[in-house]
Design a protein around this ligand. Structure first.
Ligand SMILES: C[S@@+](CC[C@H](N)C(=O)[O-])C[C@H]1O[C@@H](n2cnc3c(N)ncnc32)[C@H](O)[C@@H]1O
Length: 401
């Protein structure tokens, strides 16, 4: 069997972490939440009549959710024997159903994967980037798809890891895996303080509430995901564009994309099957929007700026100085109301109130993500104003920043 490449430091004990999740956090309610998330992204209400492959099943809670959603057969496998045991223990709780098998194996092993057959749903959430060779893992996963199958994967997208950067994340993971018991607990405390509480005492007091709310995220557990995030090794980062272009190279089309769960979620189907399956094909129109190269290119008809941070302010100030009345407002995910005398709308409200041809100038770090958000709502006249805004900001004298 092809093993994932040896790594330094050694592999993170994913399975032990999943066993701990089952022992201390798992409840049937979490499987229900996991099921809702799974079906919602797949665009299905049930999995009746469908076969389901869970690659890197971890705790097994998503295999269980698929089985409960009516999948005709479920095959779960994981490289880590303790993850296999964890998934097996959830299967045991259901009375060891004959239509759910749990196997040990690696997604990097073509021969092993070929023995599994082909599936209507191939699911691999948060796994391929932990194999040591994610593109090979992606190719092997996609080979398990039936002609009308759906491939649902989730990967760490480098665009989302700005602070800390993907390089810093890799360094943190190496330190965590090399640390002793005390060192790890200290890193966990630091993670909670910075990443979960945002260095605010008020949030530290609310930590039990935050942890309770966290289960709504796929039925997962804050402590388990924190250890997985700090330790998960091996680890590779890739940009969303790289993921999509590798998948396109494998004959797949992107039909859904989502963010917000730490990982970026992608749904692919085989080329030209998108419409037959009731999806809109996305890749070409979902690339990076064109870059605005000069202020003269700002739209001369009513337009919105996506963002209300320093870059957006630069572009808005220019409009004000030029007395150009074309800036109609801002789009922001975290605030609404008024800013600089103009309305600030969330993406949904903007899309319902303004016609699809309204131009949007992005001034946000997550360019592809927010462009996608608008495109999902029918708005396609989008330009990336962020590089220009950053340049303008850099030219300001320090005292005016
Ligand atoms: C972050 S966990 C995700 C678990 C689960 N998919 C979920 O969403 O909760 C990653 C899992 O991938 C498994 N894994 C890593 N390398 C693998 C490989 N080459 N083949 C199969 N599973 C692998 C790990 O053992 C671990 O259980």
């Amino acid at each position: 069997m092809t093993k994932p490449p040896e790594q330094v430091p050694p592999r993170f004990a994913f399975g032990a972490n999943w066993q701990r999740y089952l022992a201390s956090a798992y409840t049937p309610e979490r499987a229900d939440i996991a099921g809702k998330h799974l079906l919602g992204f797949l665009g299905l209400s049930r999995l009746d009549g469908m076969s389901f492959l869970d690659i890197g099943s971890g705790s097994g809670v998503h295999s269980l959710a698929a089985w409960q959603a009516g999948a005709t057969t479920v095959a779960s496998f994981d490289y880590d024997p303790q993850s296999v045991e964890a998934t097996g223990s959830l299967r045991l709780l259901q009375g060891e159903p004959a239509n759910w098998r749990v196997i040990q194996g690696s997604v990097l092993d073509e021969d092993f994967c070929a023995t599994l057959g082909q599936f209507d749903i191939v699911y691999s959430w948060g796994v391929l980037h932990h194999t040591g060779d994610q593109w090979r893992g992606l190719a092997n996963a996609s080979a398990r798809l039936k002609p009308d199958g759906r491939l649902y994967i989730a990967l760490y997208a480098s665009e989302r890891h700005v602070n800390p950067s993907s390089e810093q994340c890799l360094e943190i993971k190496q330190r965590y895996n090399s640390a002793g018991w005390i060192g790890r607990r200290m890193m966990e405390a630091g993670y909670l303080w910075r990443n979960v509480c945002g260095c605010r005492w008020s949030n530290l007091i609310r930590l039990p509430i935050i942890a309770r709310q966290y289960r709504q995220s796929r039925g997962m557990d804050l402590g388990t995901d924190m250890r997985d995030w700090l330790g998960g090794w091996p680890m590779e980062f890739s940009s969303m564009t790289e993921v999509v272009s590798h998948a396109v190279g494998l004959g797949l089309d992107l039909v859904n994309l989502a963010y917000g769960e730490g990982n970026t979620e992608f749904l692919f189907v085989r080329r030209s099957r998108a419409e037959a399956l009731g999806f809109r094909r996305l890749p070409e129109e979902w690339g990076m929007p064109p870059v605005l190269t000069s202020l003269a290119e700002l739209p001369d008809r009513p337009f919105f700026i996506f963002g209300t941070a320093a870059g957006a302010e630069m572009l808005a100030r220019h409009q004000e100085a030029e007395k150009r009345p074309t800036l109609a407002g801002f789009i922001d995910l975290d605030r609404t109301g008024q800013w600089r005398g103009l309305p600030v709308l969330d993406a949904e409200t903007f899309a319902t109130q303004w016609p699809p041809e309204t131009p949007v100038v992005l001034s946000t770090r997550f360019v592809l993500e927010n462009a996608t958000r608008l495109r999902q709502r029918g708005h396609t006249t989008i330009v990336n104003g962020q590089p220009l805004a950053i340049t303008l900001y850099g030219q300001l004298p320090p005292e005016t920043k």
